[in-house]
Design a protein around this ligand. Structure first.
Ligand code: AMP
Length: 386
């Protein structure tokens, strides 16, 4: 069975690496062949909305999935319909469902989905003009965050507004495309939850992740994060989203923890950076479970194998030999050229206790990022109960 994947980044690469033991083949579509997934599987190179390439992907694959949520939905649907029309068989399935993908591509649709499903989220307003920004800032208040509705990731395409005087500069920087203004949340920390839903409706949900970001980019994930009440609330929210879309595959939701409550920030209809620890830290990785879900296989156990910490390697890769001297450290090099702010790889530790994990993660983080401005305190800021 051949899985077609739109986007050939590190997520696609880790999907392929998880899929080979299951006997799956892969074909990727991305702008160039020199990509992380392109080093382990064939790539159709060209524009992601190129009708001829999408048609070829649809013709050669049994299932189409994504490693990136900003795939051109309409072009993909046209190609899949055409492939179905020209085949005696049913043609490729698309998983996760295109409706979930379309919602996750637009921060406004995403927030409305959370609202509709009674999942608490930040206060927000759509902003399409300078006057609308003024109204949104007045109604929701300052500070706030102005974000592009589409194509934002890792803190790109967003600006924090603290004073009325910031409105002009933010509008000049981001105006001209559809925007979203949301309340700035002085959160205590950030968590995410990841789970899979299979074709038969069964679900498998991973333990809660605690995430530390710097400059909008994830640096560290600790999992399982021992906050049972938050984990239950996050899993309930995840199940609601999985059910509403009759979702097939892996889905992630990121939350702020604010005054002991979860506020959903965004969802990702794909495997997620905060789930990389599951490769070594869970019985079945998020990558394998995504593939099991979309190919109709039973989902695997999401039980943790210990206490995992995952650190992203950003901008430059340290020499593997120095880190691999750490007992039990797992190293993942995505094969990318170094560039500031670029995720080049990650490493994972799995420890026998949360205390040992936290101590080792803290030491490793200090070694990898000595110049990093102070990350928030953890395990918990003193005033926060799990
Ligand atoms: P996003 O692209 O929405 O995931 O935002 C990237 C990061 O920016 C988040 O993980 C937060 O650390 C921060 N951030 C985004 N939105 C807000 C907000 N409304 N209030 C406070 N911090 C935010």
């Amino acid at each position: 069975m051949t899985i077609g994947i739109v986007g050939a980044g590190q997520l696609g690469r880790m999907l392929a690496l998880a899929g080979y033991p299951l006997g799956l083949d892969f074909l990727f579509l991305d702008r160039g062949a020199d990509t992380p997934a392109g080093r382990v599987a064939p790539v159709l190179a060209g524009r992601l909305d190129d009708p001829a390439l999408l048609a070829e992907l649809a013709r050669r694959c049994d299932i189409i999935s994504f490693d990136w949520e900003n795939v051109p939905v309409q072009a993909l649907q046209r190609a899949v319909r055409a492939a179905r029309g020209s085949r005696a068989t049913r043609g490729p399935r698309v998983a996760p469902p295109v409706r979930a993908l379309a919602a996750a591509q637009d921060r406004l649709a995403e927030k409305r989905t959370f609202e509709r499903l009674a999942i608490p989220t930040t206060r927000f307003a759509a902003v399409d003009s300078r006057a609308a920004l003024e109204r949104a800032a007045r109604r929701i208040g300052l500070p706030g965050v102005l974000k592009t509705r589409r194509l934002g990731y890792d803190g790109k395409g967003q600006q924090v507004l603290r004073r009325p005087a910031d409105l002009d500069a933010a509008w000049q920087r981001l105006g001209g495309v559809p925007l979203l203004y949301e309340q700035f949340v002085p959160f205590d920390y950030e968590v995410s939850i990841i789970g899979a839903r299979a074709r038969d409706g069964s679900t498998a949900i991973y333990p809660l992740n605690r995430n530390l970001h710097h400059a909008g980019i994830l640096r560290l994930t600790l999992a399982p994060w021992p906050a049972a009440r938050l984990e239950r609330a996050a899993a309930t929210a995840l199940r609601r989203v999985l059910q509403t879309y009759r979702y097939v595959g892996v889905l992630a939701i990121e939350f702020f923890v604010h005054r002991g409550r979860l506020l959903a920030n965004e969802m990702a209809p794909r495997v997620h950076n905060s789930g990389h620890w599951s490769i070594e830290g869970a019985v079945t990785s998020q990558f394998e479970n995504h593939l099991r879900a979309i190919t109709g296989l039973p989902l695997g156990s999401t039980a943790p194998r210990g206490h995992a910490a995952m650190i992203n390697l950003i901008g430059t890769l340290p020499a593997a030999r120095t880190l691999l001297a750490e007992t039990g450290l797992h190293w993942h090099d995505y094969g990318k050229d170094p560039r500031e702010g670029r995720k080049l790889g990650h490493c994972t530790l799995v420890e026998t206790s949360a205390t040992r994990r936290d101590a080792r993660a803290r030491a490793l983080l200090a070694r990898l990022y000595p110049d990093l401005a102070q990350l928030p305190a953890w395990p918990h800021p003193a005033h926060v109960r799990p």
